[in-house]
Ligand binder design. Sequence first.
Ligand code: COA
Length: 428
Amino acid sequence: MPDTLTLTDNRTGKKYEVAIKNGAIRAMDLRQVKVDDADFGLMSYDPAFMNTASCQSKITFIDGDKGILRYRGYPIDQLAEKSNYLDVAYLILYGELPTAAQHDEWIEAIKLHTMLHENLKKFMEGFHYDAHPMGMLVSTLAALSTYYEEAKRISDPQVRRMQTLRLVAKIPTIAAYSFRHSIGRPYVYPDNDLSYTGNFLNMMFKMTEPKYKVNPALERALDVLFILHVDHEQNCSANAMRAVGSSHTDPYSAAAAAAAALYGPLHGGANEEVLRMLELIGSKDKVPEFIKRVKAGEGRLMGFGHRIYKNYDPRAKIIKQMADAVFDVTGKNPLLDIALELERIALQDEYFVSRKLYPNVDFYSGLIYQALGIPTDMFPVMFAIPRTSGWIAQWEEMVTDPEQKIARPRQVYLGAGERNYVPVDKRK
Ligand SMILES: CC(C)(COP(=O)(O)OP(=O)(O)OC[C@H]1O[C@@H](n2cnc3c(N)ncnc32)[C@H](O)[C@@H]1OP(=O)(O)O)[C@@H](O)C(=O)NCCC(=O)NCCS
């Protein structure tokens, strides 16, 4: 059987044969389908890219029906159990797990770039005292482009590697500064004796002690959370990174666009919304009433449902298992009981079952962040830190793909036909 698709245009009776490769047809092959020579040709209409692949990728594999997530072929549960964030960041960026020598070299290289230019610190000091940390992160990422003029030379692999190091190394510093600024505490400089997550906790929480003491259980929990958030193939922010990067802008500006995409409540803002929802519900006995309102269309059950996972979200499973290790150190988050009750009721309810709505990664991550002492409005920032390596991997793949051009979708125009201008005194 040939790997082709035969189409019949019933408007003309003509038949067309288009190639099928890797389970897809090329949308441009539809353009030959025309009623006459003046016809532009057939397009596919796909709002929100529900069934359109915008690239070929070797980075992340997801099977939403089976609840599978793999980075470069490695199952997420193995990475979460055995690896650490910087190891996984290397894997996602360069395609293979680093050898011991590459690992050491990578960690040293990252440590060289953890500090921010002092002017950038001043830039961040300029934000209003109650500025949302994610707004500060988005803007500061964009501001980085003004410090590294050479970043524009995106066709040079050495230049790309340098910006990769800078982005991965500086994003925790920017994130922590945005937190310190929002609560009026002085910024804490990076401590390169510590691990990536240990140093992040240091920059977040160090007070007057000469050396910040990292709790290993919390450091590990944060590392696992970071691993789970590294990449998720063509999600809204990865798509923003690629689309904006496709105009050949520098990676800082593209990453700022990706972070802006992540800010929205339907994407990286969801865990913030989950916590607000749990606080609003207030107690376990109010859960049935809340579920009733969701089913009546008065809002969504935040942290439930996923565009891709229609069985379960493997990241949610890992986080739920990890929660106990964190709560052993921090004490149980009182909102946990409400979350467990919501999950229990929703998973038995026809409304959620028939729509294949299961807890996603954001349902439990917020509870853990809160237990770590991280305030709700920092949650999307926590997501952005590890996702930065995923964004760069997506960007690198896009920049080096000879098939990619500036991203520019088509539209189906349904507006007015041509009409003549009406002077203001003649308008009705
Ligand atoms: C993630 C999300 C945006 C995916 O959306 P999607 O794939 O476009 O799914 P749709 O919005 O088409 O939803 C399909 C159906 O399920 C319902 N639905 C989806 N998520 C829901 C939720 N969290 N609570 C209640 N109903 C939900 C929709 O109302 C729709 O019902 P209908 O067919 O009766 O109209 C969506 O599930 C959502 O808004 N979830 C809450 C936010 C969230 O947790 N985001 C984090 C993602 S990691």
